[in-house]
Each structure stands twice: as structure tokens, then as C-alpha cells.
Design a protein around this ligand. Structure first.
Ligand SMILES: *Cc1c(COP(=O)(O)O)cnc(C)c1O
Length: 397
């Protein structure tokens, strides 16, 4: 097939896509319409926990599709209960609501916090979020996000969100008032450029929010589900947030997200929360397959080890080319560039021969790495080799 024959004229233009049509994926490799292979370090945007077309996911989808796809969200189904139970066993949360996207799970978290404020805190409704945060693309989650320019896009915003500075407790304290109901943050700002919240900051935040009777919400859409080498990133700080959202990795490529709450904060009454596809067995069966596999201590240890290896190799690359180092946790990492060459490098990497490399220029001067969590050391070496070539070429151009 030629790209010229592809019916792209009917697709709504929301992003500048390269003229590549992906037709097949296997593990860490993607194949395009010309048969060209790519080493995939984007993985559906940190989504494909177990790589492309994992045999266990295929089997689960196949078996579940033959049994039951959707009985309606108003009835129980087996995988929904089993996945909810597994998630509560593996965390300190008590209740789970399933959604279809991270943004939808975060909308649920915002609603739940406001509900808590109505019942327990005199109608308090304000939520403190952070500069450069990313919580999704619905109106409320865009308002909660701290991305530059998003405050005027589609104005007016949903009100009630004020922005503190990550890792700066006094900036949170300055925004706290009687109408504050929650503080909401990503343990690592993913879209913001892989910027981790310090573990000590998370602990201080938990202490402060408990003292002020304010909920702590962690958006673990990107950091959850093994990505950092912990099942959930906040566990590294040994804190217990009141509400957590999951997305991306929990579905391993299929649309699934979750809103988790402690018993005290799980306050929705009948009719206040829902969604046609929520908890459907086809998606929750896959979620169960993923969480049961990635929650093994061995699996998580391996993510930590590979994160270490990736970190060292990125550091070496940084030294070799005089870059500004690397950062991140587990297999969510970034390489910091001295100039705004991230897009150029990602572009060159994509078209390398005989095999391309897919990496994300998350900021003009930051490259992000979000591979499948079951990669091997060999995959890391292959990626570093390709990246080395791409950086070299970008410097001689
Ligand atoms: C991707 C992401 C979201 C939004 O998830 P969608 O499934 O795209 O709606 C929300 N929060 C964080 C931290 C994310 O990385």
C-alpha cells in the first residue's frame, strides 16, 4: 500500500502525523505499511505494559469475547468484581470504579472530592493542582492541568482549580483555605517532562492534607501499574492517598481506567456516577490479566533493574554528547538536551535505516522513554545504539 492511497482526508486533524501507517506490532517492534520496522519506545503512549500483541492479552480478549462482552453497567459481571478485588488487595484502597480513559477517571476523582466536600466540609470544592500538571482533555481535567495556554483554550475554564509549584510545600500552603477540598498531583509529572515529585514532598503533602482535613488525590494514570518499579508510584513514599486514578498501563493497550477510593471517601450515591462501558467484562478481564502479571515482585524488581540500566546508559550518552543528564524513575525516564533539538532527534530516529526508533519529544529539550515493562537489557542496548546514531546525525546537520 502507498500512503497516497490512505483515506486520511476523512480524519479530523488534531495532530500533525507522519506519513506512516502502522499495520502490525509485536513486543517492542512496530511494522508500517511498507514493511519497515521500528523499535517502539512510545508504546501507545506508555500504555502497552506488556508490549504489542502480548499472547496473554490476546487469549484473554478471545476467551472473554466468546463468553460475554457487555451485559450493561447496571449488572454485575465476573471480571469487574475480580479486578476490583485484586486492585484493593494490592493497595490500601477499598473501592473501585472503572472508566474508559484517564481523563474520565480523573473527572470521577474531582466529582468524588466535591461530593466529600459537600458532605464533610461545608461545601468546600476547591482543588489545588500543580503548574505543568497534566490530568486529561475534558473541560474539568484541562482546567485541573497546569499546561501553559490551557487556561484560555475553550474558556471559560471549570472553576475551582489553583496551581501550586511541584516540590514546594509553601506554595501549597499559600493556596489552602476553608474551601479547599483536595490536593491533586501526579507522583511524576509525565507530560510535563518526567519531573518526579520528591518522596519527602509527597510525605509532607500527606501530613499537611491530613492536618488540614483535605483529601490527597494521586493521578497515577501514567506512573501506576508497574511503570516505576512499584505497582503504584506513591508506594515508594509509603503514603496513603485518599483517592487514586489509573489509566494507560492498566489496560495494556485497550481502553480501561480506574478510580480508587478509601471507604471514607467513597461517597457516591446512586445515580451520581456511571458510564455505559464502565466495568465491562471485555476490558476488565484484560485488566485482571495485566495486574496479576505485573504485580509479581519479580516483575517489579525487573522493572527497577532495567530502569537502572536505562538510566546508566542514558547518562553515558549524555556524557558522550555533552547533554544535561537524565531523570525519571523505573521505566519512565527522560534525557535532557542543552538545546531545543528533541523534535529533530525524534524525527531523525524515526527514519533511521534499516530500523527506525520511536521516541517522544515531550518538551522541545526533553526526550521521553516509556517502553513496554517486559523489555530486556538487549532492547535497552538496541534503543541506545539507535539513539546514539540519531543524536550524532542531529549534531552534524
Ligand atoms: C495520559 C494521562 C491522563 C489522561 O488519560 P487519557 O486516557 O488520555 O484520558 C491523565 N493523567 C495523566 C497523568 C496522564 O499521563
Amino acid at each position: 500500500m502507498e500512503f497516497a492511497d490512505y483515506p486520511n482526508e476523512s480524519i479530523m486533524n488534531i495532530i500533525d502525523r507522519p506519513e506512516i501507517i502502522f499495520v502490525k506490532g509485536e513486543g517492542s517492534t512496530l511494522i508500517d505499511h511498507t514493511g519497515h520496522a521500528y523499535c517502539d519506545w512510545i508504546q501507545g503512549w506508555a500504555v502497552n505494559t506488556l508490549g504489542h500483541c502480548d499472547a496473554g492479552i490476546i487469549r484473554t480478549l478471545h476467551h472473554q469475547a466468546q463468553k460475554l462482552i457487555n451485559p450493561s453497567p447496571a449488572f454485575y459481571n465476573l471480571p469487574m468484581g475480580q479486578l476490583a478485588e485484586l486492585l484493593t488487595q494490592k493497595s490500601h484502597f477499598d473501592r473501585v470504579f472503572f472508566a474508559n480513559s484517564g481523563a474520565e477517571a480523573n473527572e470521577g476523582a474531582i466529582k468524588l472530592a466535591r461530593k466529600w466536600g459537600q458532605i464533610k466540609k461545608n461545601g468546600a470544592y476547591k482543588i489545588i493542582t500543580f503548574q505543568d500538571a497534566f490530568h486529561g482533555r475534558t473541560l474539568a481535567t484541562m482546567s485541573a492541568s497546569g499546561k501553559a495556554g490551557w487556561d484560555t483554550m475553550f474558556k471559560p475554564q471549570v472553576s475551582g482549580f489553583s496551581k501550586a509549584k511541584l516540590n514546594d510545600l509553601s506554595s501549597v500552603k499559600a493556596l489552602l483555605d476553608d474551601e479547599t477540598v483536595a490536593v491533586m498531583l501526579e507522583p511524576i509529572q509525565g507530560e510535563g517532562g518526567v519531573v518526579p515529585a520528591d518522596l519527602f514532598f509527597l510525605q509532607q503533602l500527606r501530613e499537611l492534607t491530613l492536618k488540614k482535613q483535605v483529601l490527597l488525590i494521586v493521578d497515577e494514570v501514567q506512573t501506576g501499574c508497574g511503570r516505576t518499579g512499584y505497582l503504584f508510584a506513591h508506594q515508594a513514599a509509603e503514603i496513603k492517598p485518599d483517592i487514586m486514578t489509573l489509566g494507560k498501563g492498566i489496560g495494556g493497550g485497550i481502553p480501561l481506567a480506574a478510580l480508587l477510593a478509601t471507604e471514607n471517601t467513597s461517597l457516591f450515591e446512586y445515580g451520581e456516577q456511571g458510564g455505559t462501558y464502565n466495568g465491562n467484562p471485555l476490558m476488565t478481564a484484560v485488566g485482571y490479566e495485566i495486574i496479576s502479571r505485573i504485580s509479581h515482585p519479580h516483575f517489579l524488581k525487573n522493572v527497577q533493574n532495567l530502569g537502572q540500566i536505562l538510566s546508566e546508559q542514558l547518562k553515558n550518552l549524555s556524557d558522550k554528547f555533552n547533554l544535561l543528564g537524565e531523570r525519571g524513575v523505573g521505566l519512565l525516564r527522560a534525557l535532557l538536551l542543552p538545546n531545543d533539538t528533541a523534535f529533530q532527534i525524534a524525527n531523525i530516529a524515526r527514519y533511521l535505516e534499516p530500523k527506525g526508533l520511536l521516541i517522544n519529544a515531550v518538551r522541545p529539550n526533553v526526550l521521553r522513554f516509556m517502553p513496554a515493562l517486559n523489555i530486556t537489557e538487549k532492547d535497552v542496548c538496541e534503543m541506545i545504539h539507535l539513539l546514539d546514531t540519531a543524536i550524532e546525525q542531529s549534531m552534524t546537520k
